[in-house]
Ligand binder design. Sequence first.
Ligand SMILES: Cc1cc2nc3c(=O)[nH]c(=O)nc-3n(C[C@H](O)[C@H](O)[C@H](O)COP(=O)(O)OP(=O)(O)OC[C@H]3O[C@@H](n4cnc5c(N)ncnc54)[C@H](O)[C@@H]3O)c2cc1C
Length: 505
Amino acid sequence: MSVFRNLSRISQYSYSSKPHTLNTTVTNRFHAPLSTFLSHFATATATNTDTNYLAPHVGLGPTKAHEKARVVVLGTGWAGSRLMKGLDPNIYDIVCVSPRNHMVFTPLLASTCVGTLEFRSVAEPIARIQPAISSEPGSYFFLANCTSIDTDHHVVHCETVTEGEETLDPWKFTISYDKLVIALGAQPTTFGIHGVYEHAIFLREVYHAQEIRRKLLLNLMLSDVPGIGKEEKQRLLHCVVVGGGPTGVEFSGELSDFIMRDVRQRYTHVKDYIHVTLIEANEILSSFDDRLRRYATKQLTKSGVRLVRGIVKDVQEKKIILNDGTEVPYGLLVWSTGVGPSPIVRSLHLPKSPGGRIGIDEWLRVPSVQDVFAIGDCSGFVESTGRPVLPALAQVAERQGKYLAALLNKIGRANGSRANSIKDMDFGDPFVYKHLGSMATIGSYKALVDLRQSKEAKGLSLAGFLSWFVWRSAYLTRVVSWRNRFYVAINWATTFVFGRDISRI
Ligand SMILES: Cc1cc2nc3c(=O)[nH]c(=O)nc-3n(C[C@H](O)[C@H](O)[C@H](O)COP(=O)(O)OP(=O)(O)OC[C@H]3O[C@@H](n4cnc5c(N)ncnc54)[C@H](O)[C@@H]3O)c2cc1C
């Protein structure tokens, strides 16, 4: 029933074909019963291209006086999810737009690639994080991409996600907002190196981890087939990781654990052919303390990970070429060289911070536009604030989400929740980020914990088994819900007792 209730509510709003203009007369003419709305939905492609048709897009129109004000949140990452968790559904209707309906607990994502954890253990549905999304009449989650934002008219343009399904046509719609929070994250950087998108796998989403696991298991099985030569066997089982930051190092550590325990036991025919190479242009883990870096280098080497200092020049189907001409054949290539602004962030006509992220002030507002805020990896302080752009970290995104939820609730309680209604309001204390330190596992029950606030500062840093215990305990307590905490604990125990699951599902 709630689906029909939601659909009929959406159908109350229609737009004229003139872009960004909300047309109330048209709304009345198209204030159709549910059956009519559903037929609009079914004929979306035909109408989308017909410029004479008066309602090419349906959507959510501006909120009315008797309705709650609407916060539109773009993205279900660390920043957007934490924000939605903290928003007061008694003050706002919350509408979330994202191509995925869950938040990913990224610090544990590398563990899912080799089966230490299962994929579901690191994904938390957004409707569990903020139940109002699925229960309040004016709150929704839309599985869609935001394609543009019209800040003059307080409207977001969206297109549904079809994921290559040929039977589905992308459906365009618009949403009016009272407050807009942009939490679109970032995308992997490739430095324009040819072939990365075609041949490498990134590690940012659950489907990336699934792809890595399937490829790894496929290569293990193919290499055991009769007639496969030694050289091809070595290529198939050569796992290359490009990028020696925490993600690249953690993934390499997980791979080496998988090889040392599970491959040796269950793929004995090919166990001597499988290798991991980690390629980094500079030092690995450059943000960590020198002593921890040296420890990680020694430990990874001891676990069989080959560390190569080099710059990738070209990526081909079966090999990569380094700057010095070295050819590195691979069977699995994982690319993890940091992140930069995504195409949607670059395309938005909003102030930008150094580095091209969406510019924000100390209160996380986008300057010079009304009612727009940006948080997480997609945002950075504008130069005029005199503050540095913060690192692309979950701890930054999460704390910005928490801060902004409290700020928006405060604004709502002070009668500023409606569009263009914030006038000379005291926003209180600005957002201040205090770095709590960094952690990374390196495999073999070892991890690094660096509690210094910055690279130059003094502070506690630990490496070894105790750090690994701290790492696991910290993340177990940080996992979003009790359900997932339970999943993670059970997965760790199962892996410890029975080994990793090697079924290629
Ligand atoms: C493997 C891995 C391990 C990590 N480990 C750590 C760690 O240990 N500690 C740490 O502090 N940080 C870690 N990070 C970094 C951390 O995950 C990011 O900094 C954090 O996810 C940023 O949060 P965000 O909400 O800004 O972006 P994201 O979490 O990337 O979320 C962006 C959201 O926007 C959505 N989106 C994208 N395009 C659109 C669109 N057009 N319309 C609507 N929605 C859109 C995405 O689907 C997603 O839901 C790790 C990252 C990775 C990938």
